[in-house]
Design a protein around this ligand. Structure first.
Ligand code: N7H
Length: 473
């Protein structure tokens, strides 16, 4: 049976985070030295069991403190996880194939198929990414904490292990990304303003009391080698998970300007713009699903886990109309629920489910940016998704759902692009239908993509036993 002590904490449970630092590195030629030093990192790796008991303590403390009428004590957990790319495993001399063609090829080779913009010369496509991701990245160390002071201290400890800055160093950093939860009331909201991280699959035997509407997936949908993972894996891959990491910039002032200029007709302008935003995402900014509350936001519903995921796009007419939710809305494209599950014969969405653990990066929109409608400072989402199978999970969702104008299938009008993440060869050619509930076959032309990928990689997050045996010396 699954032992949560064996699984790195970010996949199944999620490292607690106010801030996260991602250190991307290349392994130097002293591979033996790296593997020896890696052994010293292993005791620092945070397991799923540790995160789970940390969460339980926080909940318990909150309760005790509330009973006594005192503020709860601060409980800190500095989280550390590590993952390797295909080129990183190769550098370590590990030749067993994990068995995922997306992972094996790496994200750079996948960029064109994912729809990223770029240039082709001499038959080779190069995406418009930052340089660090156009060169090999062997691995990433993920550090989470409650403040920059905590993560800096943890990072220092890790750099000591790998002798960074001395002649005994065995790795070098190629890029550091720092993500921060947004301030104040925007906590938990991504930069467009929408509450994120609401809908995750429950994992069999791990999330044992799912919320209403939250579907349970087999362990093998997230963990390699477990029931539901249909690929033959090397034995040491058991309880590992594959990561799709994307460095996604968001053009927030431009997005807001578009909403402002294209309110849904028949409403006061501000409400019309808010409704357009909600119909792009599938949820209001509060998180309330438009499939439940299609005409106005309901913050209490958005905040209530017992209700905010309890919908299937299956209201009497909804599967075939866009009354409540456009077919192409982001949440509907990326988890179509009844659109596939209620077809006859039904198509299961289980193998498409991913666990999302992203974090925001970059500053809040400045007054100047808001006034001019032009992004000056970079901001967006470090998108991180865990799954056992990238070809079935992230890659399929991006390529065959979000970018595919005909998805969801079997609809009376063409859905169009996912307005949030859908990508087209010509980014100014995107359209979708159903944004106006009163003219559902009209298409709305989107002048640009507001989410712009600037890099990423596929990684393998090994189990802790695999770290202790296969990866270290
Ligand atoms: Fe999305 N957004 O703010 O609009 N996403 N997403 N995502 N996303 C979701 O239900 C967003 C991205 C999924 O089960 C919510 O948790 C932004 C990629 C999936 O109902 C919001 C970016 C991929 C779900 C956003 C971004 C996905 C989901 C609602 C990029 C995969 C769950 C909150 C900057 C290829 C759907 C929630 C379900 C939800 C936003 C990226 C997938 C608000 C801004 C790249 C599977």
């Amino acid at each position: 049976p699954l032992d949560l002590n064996n699984v790195q904490g970010d996949s199944l449970i999620g490292l607690p985070k106010k801030t996260q630092t991602y250190v991307f590195f290349q392994i130097d030629d002293n591979v033996k030295g790296f593997r020896t030093q890696l052994a010293q990192l292993v005791p620092l790796i945070t397991s799923a069991a540790q995160v789970q008991s940390h969460r339980a303590s926080i909940a318990q403390n909150k309760k005790t403190a509330a009973d006594k009428g005192v503020p709860p004590p601060l409980l800190k957990l500095a989280g550390v996880n590590i993952a390797f790319s295909h080129s990183g495993l190769a550098k370590l001399g590990i030749t067993d194939e994990i068995g995922d063609t997306a992972f094996d090829g790496g994200m750079l080779a996948d960029a064109q198929d994912l729809g990223d913009q770029g240039t082709t010369s001499g038959g080779t496509f190069t995406p418009n990414w930052i340089p660090a991701f156009k060169n090999p990245v062997h691995g990433v160390i993920l550090i989470s904490g409650d403040s920059h002071v905590t993560t800096a201290a943890t990072l220092l400890e890790i750099e000591k292990i790998f002798a960074v800055g001395t002649s005994n160093a065995t790795l070098h950093e190629v890029l550091r990304l720092v993500g921060d939860v947004r301030p104040g009331d925007e906590k938990g909201h991504e930069h467009f303003g929408f509450l994120d991280g609401i809908s995750q699959p429950a994992v069999q035997g791990v999330d044992t009391s799912p919320n209403p509407g939250q579907e349970t997936v087999s362990q093998g949908i997230i963990l390699l080698g477990r029931e539901g993972d249909t690929v033959t894996r090397p034995s040491w891959a058991l309880d590992g998970s594959l990561i799709a990491l994307r460095y996604l910039f968001q053009l927030v002032p431009e997005f807001d300007t578009f909403l402002k200029q294209n309110p849904i007709p028949g409403l006061p302008p501000i409400q019309g713009s808010e409704l357009l935003g909600a119909r792009f995402v599938g949820r209001w900014k509060s998180g309330a699903p438009i499939d439940i509350t299609p005409t106005q936001d309901n913050p209490a519903l958005g905040a209530d886990p017992s209700r905010n995921n309890d919908f299937r796009y299956a209201f009497p007419d909804d599967p075939q109309t866009q009354d409540r939710c456009p077919f192409a809305a982001h949440t509907r494209k990326t988890n179509p629920r009844a659109d596939l599950e209620d077809l006859s014969p039904p198509i299961s969405t289980e193998t498409r489910r991913i666990i999302r653990r992203g974090i925001q990066f970059g500053p809040e929109v400045s007054a100047v940016e808001a006034a001019t409608g032009k992004t000056v400072q970079g901001r967006g989402l470090i998108f991180v998704a865990y799954q056992s199978n990238i070809v079935n999970g992230f890659q399929f969702i991006q390529h065959s759902w979000a970018n595919n104008t005909g998805f969801p299938i079997d609809k009376p009008v063409t859905p169009g692009f996912d307005p949030i993440i859908g990508q087209a060869t010509d980014p100014s050619s995107r359209t979708l239908s159903g944004t106006n509930p009163n003219a559902q076959s009209n298409t709305l032309a989107l002048p640009t993509q507001w989410v712009v990928p600037k890099g990423g990689e596929y990684f393998f997050s090994p189990s802790i036993p695999a770290l202790k045996s296969t990866l270290v010396l």
